[in-house]
Design a protein around this ligand. Sequence first.
Ligand code: PMP
Ligand code: GLN
Length: 381
Amino acid sequence: LVSRLTPFTSTIFAEMTALATRTGAVNLGQGFPDTDGPADMLEAAQRAIAEGVNQYPPGPGRQELREAVATQRARYGVTFDPDTEVLVTVGATEAIAATLLALVEPGDEVILLEPYYDSYAASVALAGATRRVVPLVDGERFSVDLDAVKAAVTPKTRAILVNSPHNPTGTVFTHDELAGIAAICVEHDLIAITDEVYEAMTYDGVAHTPLCTFPGMAERTVTISSAGKMFNCTGWKIGWVCAQAPLVSAVRAAKQFLTFVGGAPFQPAVAYALDNEAAWVSRLREDLAAKRDRLSAGLAAAGFGVRPSAGTYFVCADVRPLGFADGAELCWALPERIGVAAVPVQVFTDNPDRWRHIVRFAFCKKDEVIDEAVERLHKLS
Ligand code: PMP
Ligand code: GLN
């Protein structure tokens, strides 16, 4: 294995899910829903297969999906031309990798906010670039230290990767945080790569605001999202990139030699869902907000120091009130000890000491699954 990939031989999600399966633990580690997406979307995929949508789709993605994505983005007040400014990818994961490969030179620096979703560091490394990591601040909520972001910019900085709603913390960046990041991008001529896969998962009336809507950002933002979270279909791996035409052309150049295309029959099904299932997504958001409350209350009752979660599938908790010092040690022991799987946040960081006390629990699960996990977690105190 080449040296730039040696730190990335396995993922915490694969390892923790394997351990959960082996021990029969309730899996609140890997974030995936345990119910299906809208019935008509599932049927649309089956129909597409039956009707022969089984060969390579067009390179940029099927027309109806690119149009549906552009229409969905227009709800945020941004317009993208479906023909030149939308590219369908194999999930957000491929979109992120292709964007970095297309826009970042070896030796360039990319700013990541820590904790960061695991694929970011690996994709930056694949591109031969270096990550500069800026920790979020663990306070009232996990917040962005704009001065620290500014201080991380060097003459080699090419891009910043911004994920809001944020995995693993569940924080949703405020208007001021996003405006501050935008101003830094404009001042230093940086590209912003946004990971908005949890765009539909914001709670308590908080709205998702795409970074590309801030002044000066349209021409420098690569907006990435995907269907997995929005429609409970994480295994379909249908994602997309939206950006101005020169950026999308660049990303397409990289994407075409990673996978070329993917997911032919799922593309019309996701297009259908984007066009017709907004009410289903609203209900999903309400259900998830209730699940967040359910799990947060349960964790608090079990003795964890629960952090607020304003979005995503996740709630973070401090393990110190229970007498534990190290979240990773705890997470590796939990499945055997009480039959629950969670994920230590330190594995998503370059500064494990700073994050040692925080573990992440997923609440995108049936109520009875959450309740069972909480009941087992009570055995810790
Ligand atoms: N970004 C974040 C923040 C995620 O949590 C995930 C996991 N679903 C992804 C990207 C990957 O998305 P996809 O499955 O569409 O590749
Ligand atoms: N995005 C999911 C999570 O953060 C898992 C994705 C994966 O397994 N790679 O839990």
